[in-house]
Design a protein around this ligand. Structure first.
Ligand code: FES
Ligand code: FES
Length: 159
């Protein structure tokens, strides 16, 4: 097994090429090598969702993903959740509903919900719950997060 690899992938629309240790996690690659620190270390064992990023559009737990597995992939992090650098509708709705308190879980939740809404702009409550199933929030009790997601998914409906 080589101890180092040359990794080429796309991050938030930009091509990146780096020589990295073969065992580097995707989360450490994003945070330490690229200095994109919005994706968080929580449990580091795949239980909390704080590290969620999109790999080719699908949510993935970056702490338990090897960067090497992402050769050629398109990665989106919270820093690239919108093209122009403004807030994503989910972020705006979380702000309106006070769905972020300490905010540590928020980047992961925004990425998971972004993926859901891009696949299905009007998901059912059970689809929302399922898509949030890998994301733990210790502050909000989820009610405000769900209200924010419902508002974006079904504008005009009672949340
Ligand atoms: S830090 Fe990745 S799932 Fe908790
Ligand atoms: S807002 Fe603190 S963990 Fe979710």
């Amino acid at each position: 097994m080589p101890t180092e690899i040359t990794l080429r992938l796309q991050i938030n629309g930009e091509q990146v090429r780096r020589i990295i240790p073969a065992n580097r996690s995707l989360l450490d690659f994003i945070r330490e090598d690229l200095r994109l620190t919005g994706s968080k270390h929580g449990c580091d064992v795949g239980d909390c969702g704080a590290c969620t990023v999109l790999v080719d559009g699908a949510p993935q737990l970056a702490c338990i993903t090897l960067a090497a597995e992402c050769e050629g992939a398109a990665i989106r992090t919270i820093e690239g959740v919108t093209d122009g650098g403004g807030l994503h509708p989910i972020q705006e709705a979380l702000h309106r509903h006070v769905g972020a308190q300490c905010g540590y879980c928020t980047p992961g939740i925004v990425m998971a919900m972004t993926s859901l809404l891009e696949a299905d702009p009007h998901p059912s409550d059970s689809a929302i719950n399922e898509a949030l199933g890998s994301n733990i929030c210790r502050c909000t009790g989820y009610t405000k997060i769900l209200a924010a997601v419902r508002e974006v998914a079904r504008p005009g409906s009672p949340s």
